[in-house]
Ligand binder design. Structure first.
Ligand code: MF3
Ligand code: CO
Ligand code: CO
Length: 254
C-alpha cells in the first residue's frame, strides 16, 4: 500500500492534532512529582485531552486499558498506569501521549527525571533526546528509512547506549499507526525512500549499555529490558519536507 502524501489542508489538521498532543505532554511533564502514581498521570491525560476537545488515541487501542503509556526505568514502552505504582526520586518515566483531534492523530513521548538522577541516568536521558533529534535531522525528501535509523544508531553507540530493535516508529495521519515501519537502526542507504508530505513518527527507545534485548510481561503490554538496564524514549510526529522535516508535536510557546 502506498503512503499518503498530505496536502496543505491535511497538514493543517495534523498540526492541530500534534499541538494538542504536545501540550498535554508538556502539562503532564510540569505536574510530575515523586509520590504521584502512574494512574494519576492517566487521569491528568484524560482531563487535559478532553479540555482540548480531543480524544486519547491509545485508549482501547487493541484493548490497551489506559489513555497513556507510562514506562518507568527499565520499562521500555507500553507501561500501563497503575494506582499502586508510585514515582520515586531518581526515577526516569516515559510518558507517551497520543491525541486524536478532528479525525487526525498526533503522537509524542518524552522521558522525565524525578528529582536528581544518577550520573549515568542523566547521560541516558540526554542521549535519548539527542538520538530522536538526530533521526529527525536525517529526514528530507528522498532519504531512505535506513539513513534515519543509521543516524540514531551511530549516536547511541558512540555514547555507550543501544537501540531497541523490536519496536519502531510509524506513519501517522487518520490512524495512529500507518505504514511505513520506521526502524531506529540502519543500515544507511537501505529501505523505502521518504517523500515530502509524508507524516511519520521518530521514537527511538534507548537503553543504557550494549544490550537492547526486551521481554514482554504476562499482561501482554509492558515491555522491559531483559537486563533491567534503564531505557528512555523521545518521540515526535513529523512531516517530511523538501528540505528537512517539520515537527508537528511542538507545544505553543507561552
Ligand atoms: N503511542 C504509542 C506509539 O508511539 C502507541 C502505543 S499503543 C498502546 O506508537 F496501545 F500501547 F497504547
Ligand atoms: Co507514541
Ligand atoms: Co508512535
Amino acid at each position: 500500500m502506498g503512503i499518503e502524501r498530505l496536502g496543505p489542508r491535511q497538514v493543517a489538521k495534523m498540526r492541530a492534532a500534534g499541538r494538542v498532543a504536545a501540550e498535554t505532554l508538556a502539562a503532564v511533564g510540569a505536574a510530575l512529582r515523586p509520590g504521584m502514581s502512574t494512574a494519576d498521570i492517566d487521569r491528568l491525560v484524560r482531563a487535559d485531552t478532553a479540555r482540548r476537545g480531543a480524544r486519547p488515541s491509545q485508549l482501547g487501542y487493541h484493548g490497551f486499558p489506559a489513555a497513556v503509556c507510562t514506562s518507568r526505568n527499565e520499562v521500555v514502552c507500553h507501561g500501563i498506569p497503575r494506582e499502586d505504582e508510585h514515582l520515586e526520586e531518581g526515577d526516569l518515566v516515559s510518558v507517551d501521549v497520543t491525541s486524536e483531534l478532528g479525525g487526525w492523530h498526533g503522537d509524542n513521548c518524552a522521558s522525565f527525571a524525578l528529582g536528581a538522577l544518577s550520573a549515568e541516568r542523566a547521560h541516558l536521558l540526554d542521549v535519548g533526546r539527542r538520538c530522536r533529534d538526530a533521526g529527525i535531522a536525517a529526514l528530507r525528501d528522498g532519504v531512505r528509512l535506513g539513513d534515519v535509523g543509521a543516524a540514531i544508531e551511530a549516536l547511541a553507540r558512540r555514547e555507550g547506549c543501544s537501540v531497541v530493535r523490536d519496536y519502531g516508529g510509524h506513519g501517522i495521519g487518520r490512524a495512529m499507526h500507518l505504514p511505513p515501519h520506521v526502524a531506529h537502526v540502519g543500515p544507511a542507504g537501505r529501505g523505502r525512500r521518504l517523500r515530502a508530505g509524508m507524516a511519520l513518527t521518530v521514537e527511538p527507545m534507548i537503553v543504557l549499555g550494549d544490550d537492547p534485548t526486551v521481554v514482554v510481561d504476562a499482561d501482554g503490554w509492558t515491555v522491559r529490558t531483559r537486563s533491567g538496564a534503564p531505557c528512555v524514549q523521545f518521540e515526535h510526529t513529523v512531516l517530511v519536507t523538501r528540505e528537512g522535516a517539520e515537527i508537528l508535536t511542538r507545544a505553543r510557546s507561552v
